[in-house]
Design a protein around this ligand. Structure first.
Ligand code: SDX
Length: 433
């Protein structure tokens, strides 16, 4: 017996079907609401609104649960690689050995960037933000690889996904080298996905980069932890832009642009800048906590709070552990790690943060790990984007494969002027304030 919700408006009852998810969560299906009642719903920020049914990632914000295709992120971070996790997200199952080998060969074969694309990079102003460059260059891939497979052309589609997954890493490293006026380092066939990225970033003719497997493992975990997160802002952007049936590259470029924001993926850069400010002001987090509590002050504690998690983000504990391992391995002491741990300890005890369910999120420690690996601060969100790419691709694919998928076109509640006539120029005047 289908479960229903009853809506009563002006004494009239309307029955709306309830939809139940795989983990028992329920939703009111309002897809017929306006046609049956003349009403729409209003939900700024969509905090209470589901945009789709998805089988990719499951999150429980109250319990701090995150699973990709049913597998807990903790297990993937401990046992998988970023390439294997990318395959899992996009195809729905962990790959067999043969499938993984084929996927890895395709990633290698597509790792080069068209030589004409280098000119694009060279003409960006040196100070251009790497996220703006990445969004532009991913969009530009459509010009260099115009063949867009029809729906159902699986081999072709998989090649498009693999090409993007592989080239995004090469483009990010190329952009970094060119921005510093350094020689571009090409991908190597004998290195894994993550090792290749580090080598393309840090190898140089005068100082060959020594691959450190602990750093490679740390980067694997970093990207696994970022790989997907259900309908977050940037994934919602990818689905919304993709709903117009635009090509994958344009939809992903929209996701990169949304991720750039400091309330979303740009927070990892903002966290390190905030920690540096605390450190430079003597290391006491109290004044910053006071500002975060002050409703008159727009300051927010970056790396804290989450739309879904009302407890610890399950990615934080793993990220913090990897941070400590890498700093220890590199025999580095990062004062910002001390500041971060002091700030976390103070904030989680603070009544304001407890009352608002504000806990550290994935961005709180991620920047410290990236600093330890040697990634420049202005590339932190690019690192988030590379990690999130398999998630965006899997979400775009799921939407495109959905026969019931519709153009995203929200409604509104109009609160503007009532109807009025055009006023000739000579009769227009502004009230004196
Ligand atoms: C990511 O969605 C995802 O899944 C995102 C992500 C992913 O993997 O894709 O997890 C990655 O984007 C993580 C979030 C990174 N952003 C930051 O760290 C920026 C700082 N955090 C906040 O701006 C905020 O917590 C958000 C934007 C993340 C979530 O905010 P919401 O859900 O929109 O909640 P809100 O802004 O309405 O805040 C509710 C209350 C407000 O106080 P009141 O007016 O009700 O008294 O909590 C307060 C806010 O002022 N609040 C904070 C705060 N976050 C919320 N106060 C101080 N510092 C903060 N960080």
């Amino acid at each position: 017996m289908a479960k229903i919700a009853t809506l009563t408006v002006d004494g009239k009852n309307f029955e709306l079907p309830l939809v139940q998810g795989a983990e028992g969560e329920q939703a009111i299906d309002i897809s017929q609401l306006r046609s049956r009642t003349g009403l729409i719903t209003l939900d700024p920020g969509f905090a209470n609104t589901g945009s789709c049914e998805s089988g990719i990632t499951y999150m429980d914000g109250e319990k701090g649960i995150l699973r990709y295709r049913g597998i807990p992120v903790e297990q993937l971070a401990g046992k998988s690689t970023f390439v294997e996790t990318s395959y899992l997200l996009i195809n729905g199952e962990l790959p067999t050995r043969e499938e993984l080998t084929r996927f890895s060969i395709m990633l290698n074969d597509h790792s080069l960037v068209h030589e004409d694309m280098r000119t694009f990079f060279e003409y960006f102003p040196r100070g251009a933000h790497p996220m703006g460059i990445l969004s532009s260059m991913v969009n530009a891939l459509r010009a260099f690889y115009p063949e867009i497979p029809e729906r159902g052309e699986d081999e072709e589609t998989n090649m498009m996904f693999t090409r993007l997954l592989s080239k995004v890493r090469t483009m990010a490293a190329m952009s970094y080298k060119i921005s510093r006026g350094h020689k571009v380092v090409y991908p190597r066939h004998d290195l894994t996905y993550c090792a290749n990225f580090l080598n393309m970033m840090f190898d140089s003719p005068v100082r060959p980069y020594i691959i450190d497997n602990d750093l490679v493992k740390a980067l694997e975990v970093f990207w696994i932890l970022h790989a997907d997160h259900e309908q977050n802002c940037s994934t919602a952007a990818v689905r919304l832009v993709g709903s117009a049936r635009v090509n994958l590259y344009a939809a992903i470029a929209a996701g990169i642009s949304a991720l750039w924001g400091p309330l979303h993926g740009g927070a990892n850069q903002a966290v390190v800048e905030m920690l540096q400010q605390i450190h430079d002001s003597g290391g006491d987090p109290a004044p910053f906590l006071a500002r975060a509590r002050d409703r008159e002050d727009p300051f927010r504690l970056m790396g804290f709070g989450h739309r879904v998690y009302k407890t610890y983000d399950p990615r934080v504990k793993i990220m913090k552990k990897v941070c400590g391992k890498v700093l220890k391995k590199m025999k580095r002491h990062d004062p910002l790690m001390d500041v971060a741990m002091r700030l976390e300890e103070a904030a989680v005890k603070d009544p304001y943060f407890k009352d608002h369910n504000l806990y550290p999120n994935v961005d709180f420690y991620s920047g410290i790990l990236l600093r330890a690996i040697g990634i420049p601060v202005n590339m932190f969100t690019v690192m988030f984007a590379i990690g999130r790419l398999p998630g965006w691709i899997s979400q775009w694919k799921e939407a495109m494969d959905d026969p019931h998928w519709k153009l995203h076109r929200p409604r509104q509640v109009y609160i503007g002027s009532k109807v009025r006539d055009y006023v000739p120029m000579e009769k227009r005047k502004r009230p004196k304030n």
